[in-house]
Design a protein around this ligand. Structure first.
Ligand SMILES: Cc1cc2nc3c(=O)[nH]c(=O)nc-3n(C[C@H](O)[C@H](O)[C@H](O)COP(=O)(O)OP(=O)(O)OC[C@H]3O[C@@H](n4cnc5c(N)ncnc54)[C@H](O)[C@@H]3O)c2cc1C
Length: 328
């Protein structure tokens, strides 16, 4: 395979979700300006990952994006366990004493996270090429050849390294010849991104216990909130829950304290607990949901994974060794 004259910056990041953008920013800060391709012509409007925890906040602070991110989200000072039938608080965990510079959770909708990271990436000279999809990949010890499809057709491009941050259904993972191992029958949730009327203070994430399944309220900026409920598997043809169904769940399981309106996004989703056996396959590295398929699973954190300086340093070290033909 002839890969031409490669240098340390020919790293392709596949996917401009929170993980791809974070990895791109980290690589750029470390002197490797990656190329980033993203299938979607426009960023998603789905709120998805909303709770950003202390370790990710520390790493996002190092990327100089935290004040911008905080201006779009809401600081959460405590977690509460509430009896869903009586609305009585059973336990409250204050986060203020946590041993971190950021002893709180930041609730922020994913489009805001992406927008801020994309802005930072642009400042660092990274261009996100939208409407470009990775469709094929072959590699040998010296490099990777990828096929990228866009409105202009399909091109084959040589790159030194590929970071697959293309989500739970990762094409990169499939093309690298690996697969997820683990549990594929997880918990099901009905989820709503809505505005809420509630007397409950907005600085607390509340988990409402109920015999039929837990309900969770994540306050976002303003009156916006993410509410979710453990539910039985909705079945393959269920479609999305309606606002009325979400309200009925809230009435039953949130002590009658939450009224939902103005829905932005209603959906069912399932958490899987599966992971690839290895993150690295030759010159292909997998990150975020492409590696552990954890829609909604908070640990380990996908942003923390990709922003981890040690991990990215290892990416970088590997990338810089591109000039040494026997490196891999
Ligand atoms: C319904 C739902 C609800 C969720 N709720 C929560 C939550 O409450 N809290 C939480 O912490 N997490 C939640 N998550 C999980 C969270 O969204 C993910 O952990 C997080 O988005 C992972 O980021 P990522 O960048 O690895 O992947 P993604 O966000 O999936 O981004 C991958 C990107 O790659 C692009 N892409 C895919 N294939 C290609 C290709 N071949 N070529 C180019 N680009 C490609 C996609 O368009 C996408 O933009 C939820 C997920 C879902 C689906």
């Amino acid at each position: 395979m002839d890969h031409g004259n490669r240098s340390g910056d020919d790293v392709l990041v596949v996917g401009a979700g929170p993980v791809g953008l974070t990895a791109a920013c980290q690589l750029a800060r470390l002197g490797v300006r990656p190329r980033v391709v993203e299938t979607l012509e426009r960023p998603t409007t789905e709120s998805r990952a909303v709770g950003v925890h202390a370790r990710s906040l520390e790493m996002l602070a190092a990327l100089d994006v935290l004040p911008r991110l905080e201006s779009r989200g809401r600081r959460i000072a405590a977690l509460e366990m509430v009896d869903g039938r009586t609305a009585r608080t059973r336990a409250r965990l204050e986060l203020g004493d946590a041993p971190t510079r950021h002893p709180y959770v930041l609730d922020v909708a994913r489009p805001d996270t992406e927008a801020v990271l994309a802005e930072r990436a642009a400042e660092l000279g990274v261009v996100v090429e939208r409407g470009v999809t990775l469709t094929a990949l072959t590699q040998d010890a010296d490099g990777v050849e990828v096929a990228l499809r866009s409105a202009d057709g399909e091109r084959t491009v040589p790159v030194g390294w590929v970071v697959g941050a293309d989500g739970g259904h990762s094409t990169t993972r499939h093309l690298a010849g690996t697969h997820l191992e683990g549990g594929f029958h997880g918990q099901h949730f009905a989820m709503a991104d809505v505005d809420v009327d509630t007397p409950l203070s907005p600085d607390t994430i509340r988990m409402f216990t109920h015999p039929d399944g837990m309900g969770i309220l994540f306050p976002l900026a303003g009156t916006r909130a993410r509410i979710m409920f453990f539910v039985d598997p909705p079945g393959p043809d269920a479609g999305a829950p309606t606002l009325e169904q979400i309200q009925a769940l809230a009435d039953a399981r949130m002590g009658g304290r939450v009224r939902a309106h103005d829905p932005r996004w209603l959906t069912y989703f399932e958490i899987h607990h599966a992971q690839v056996p290895r993150y690295r396959h030759g010159r292909v590295l997998l990150a975020g949901d492409a590696a552990p398929a954890r829609a909604g699973d908070h640990a380990p954190d996908p942003v923390a994974d990709s922003a981890d300086p040690g991990l990215v340093r290892r990416y970088l070290d590997d990338a810089l060794r591109l000039t040494e033909p026997s490196a891999v």
